[in-house]
Design a protein. Structure first.
Ligand code: NAP
Length: 337
């Protein structure tokens, strides 16, 4: 069976996903698209030679009888409306982060999904599909280093044009919040503190950069995330887990070590797309395969909600300069253990 997909939002990441589905992945076809910029949607159809209808409204993609499943890659504030509409029609929906721009919005999606009695929603937290993170999780699962006690992590971008306010916390750190909780088998966060170190001179005046985010989990694991979105030198994601009997670190992306002129060097990536391109491919292939079987296994609406509550707490902690409690309700049985 070929899964017939409708895509709402044909901007940067929507176009990338259409490209991967059309040119690299198996088992799916993009049959309908929409963007507020209709010309852009038409250009994507032409560029990839799609046999696809260009709809004038996102909800028309969802209602299209030829569409089996939806991908939402439009502007964040539109996600909730489209995900709720997809749920209302009973169609599976993959939504890029954020699931909704508020925790309350995510909660509405959780309630609507649970009311259908079927898992329909997957959120675009692609790090769970990255080979390096999966290897690290396997080591933790094998109990090689004992129970995790401390996580030391870094999320560094060379630069972040367009970032302002709290976007480092709400836009990029959300990937850390999801993948670290997943690494720790769903050990929820209970508190957040955000430290604002000396600010780099190499970023906009209205941006604090870097941040250090300190999270504590129910099991008492201490997590330190350095978020530095104007680090200049490259795109660098680090994660070291300190366990009872050893440490385990996220493997570095493969690069040829060069010994030359009295120096040992290797390349560092500069673009997040290059770092996670394989993860995006795996994420979508697994989603296509599971959706075709009528299943849903990836990051859930509940995970999207947890991340929204966590990023809200971090923003509050940044401005209060206090340790803020993260108050999460018990995970509904619907979302498993
Ligand atoms: P983008 O280039 O601005 O694309 C978003 C597109 O949605 C634009 O073409 C925009 O049109 C369109 N749009 C806005 N409102 C719409 C509506 N009501 N109906 C249909 N289309 C609408 O942004 P992007 O970088 O692709 O990001 C899209 C989403 O993906 C964001 O939520 C972002 O956070 C997420 N994302 C996730 C990752 C990841 O690592 N997983 C990476 C990148 C982006 P106009 O430009 O004309 O407004």
């Amino acid at each position: 069976m070929t899964l017939r997909i409708g895509v709402i939002g044909t901007g940067a990441i929507g176009r990338d996903h259409i490209c991967r589905i059309t040119q690299r992945l198996k088992g799916a076809q993009v049959v309908a698209v929409n963007d507020v910029n209709a010309g852009q949607a038409r250009a994507v159809v032409d560029d990839y030679g799609l046999q696809a209808t260009v709809h004038s409204k996102g909800t028309d993609v969802i209602d299209d009888r030829n569409v089996d499943a939806i991908i939402v890659t439009s502007w964040g504030p539109t996600h909730e409306e489209f995900v709720l509409a997809a749920i209302a029609t009973g169609k599976p929906v993959f939504c890029e982060k954020p699931l909704a721009v508020t925790a309350e919005g995510c909660r509405r999606i959780v309630e609507a999904e649970m009311a259908t009695g079927r898992k329909l929603v997957q959120v675009g937290f692609m790090r769970r599909f990255d080979q390096a993170y999966r290897q690290l999780k396997q080591v933790l699962g094998a109990d090689t280093i004992g129970a995790p006690l401390i996580l030391n992590c870094a999320h560094r971008n060379p630069e972040a044009p367009g970032f302002s306010g709290d976007m480092a916390l709400t836009d990029s750190c959300v990937h850390e919040f999801d993948v670290l909780r997943w690494l720790l088998d769903g050990d929820d966060y209970v508190s957040a503190q955000v430290i604002q170190p000396r600010k780099t001179r190499l970023c906009d005046d209205n941006l604090q950069d870097p941040h250090v985010i300190l999270l504590r989990t129910r099991q008492g694991v201490h997590i330190a995330i350095e978020s530095f979105v104007n680090c200049q030198y490259g795109y660098d994601i680090q994660c070291q887990v300190v366990g009872e009997t050893g440490t385990a670190s996220l493997p570095e992306p493969a690069s040829v070590p060069v010994r030359h002129d009295a120096k040992l060097s290797s390349d560092i990536l500069v673009n997040w797309k290059d770092r996670f391109i394989d993860a995006f491919d795996v994420e979508f292939q697994e989603w296509i395969d599971a959706t075709a079987r009528g299943e849903m296994h990836g990051p859930s609406a509940w995970d999207g909600y947890v991340v929204a509550v966590t990023s809200d707490a971090c923003v509050k902690a940044k401005h209060s300069e206090q340790i803020e409690t993260i108050d999460l309700p018990e995970r509904p049985a619907f979302y498993g253990t």
